[in-house]
Design a binder for this molecule. Sequence first.
Ligand code: NAP
Length: 313
Amino acid sequence: MSAQISGKTLFTGIIGYPIEHTLSPSFQNAAFNAVGLDWVYLPFAVAPKDLESAVLGLAACGCRGLNVTMPHKQAVMLIVDDLDESARLARAVNTIQLKGGRLIGYNTDGLGFIRSLKDETGYIPEGKAVLIAGAGGAARSVAVALAGAGASEIKILNRTRQKAEEIVGMIKSDFPMCRAVVGEIDDPAEVTGHDLIVNATSMGMEANPEGPLALDLLLPTQIVYDVVYWPSETRFLKAARRRGAKTVNGAKMLLYQGAEAFTIWTGLPAPLNRMAKALDAELRWSEESSAADKQPTGKNNIRSQTDNSGATQ
Ligand code: NAP
């Protein structure tokens, strides 16, 4: 973040509701600082009824780019002028570029997921069978990214079956080579026969710590990925690790989706090491200091404005 805000400082930010637990300001401001840009990244709490006026108002004020988090990722598609292929396929926007007076919607969550999965496990989705628990915004991005990366089968399990059917319909229409099906969330046998199992529900966070699926039949050859990044090891990941499986949490997905957004806004390569350090510090600080309220506080990004070496996006 710029050491001093001046009349020349440019701004970006994140809109969501609520927004106070966002971790993105920590690593985006560290990134601007690292590359010497006089830019800042700010959180904006925007109620659903105010979404359009907030986005257009921020654009009118010269905002350079926005991240979009719950609950606006789908509604904002109706406000932007153009959709990048990534957002069109995921039917959700998590990043807006403001360019030449136009608002262009992107989705960087899927790319963040694939990149983190490869980074942490070397996993290549091509020709593989994948099981995804959840059918919200994160599940959509993950499912579309895996289908785009060549997964041969995607099975979706969700409490609300109709939402799983919607994602299956999206994959069937855009990726006909991928076999997409809905499974039974309560059937413990669903975990068998899949190389990769993803928790893309919000289960596992402190308010709802249980995992989405029984893992009694999990084998050590399977990989278990949890998009939740706080706590760093959910009960679901702990259970998977105890059964010998390779486990990955959502922290690097968060980092990589943010790095991609940084590049979209600035045209510069993201200073990944600095961003990773900043996020790591923020997560550690949250884990250590929030025993009382058990939520990521996002406070580190306010605490250190000049060298911010630091659950929503
Ligand atoms: P969302 O659109 O609200 O979807 C929530 C999902 O969780 C739905 O499938 C919902 O099922 C399921 N769920 C919630 N509570 C449940 C319960 N008690 N029992 C069973 N299922 C339950 O949220 P989202 O945007 O997809 O986010 C999901 C998680 O991903 C959040 O923890 C978020 O922080 C995380 N995330 C991480 C990253 C990252 O970069 N690592 C990026 C995006 C999101 P129903 O459809 O039945 O309601």
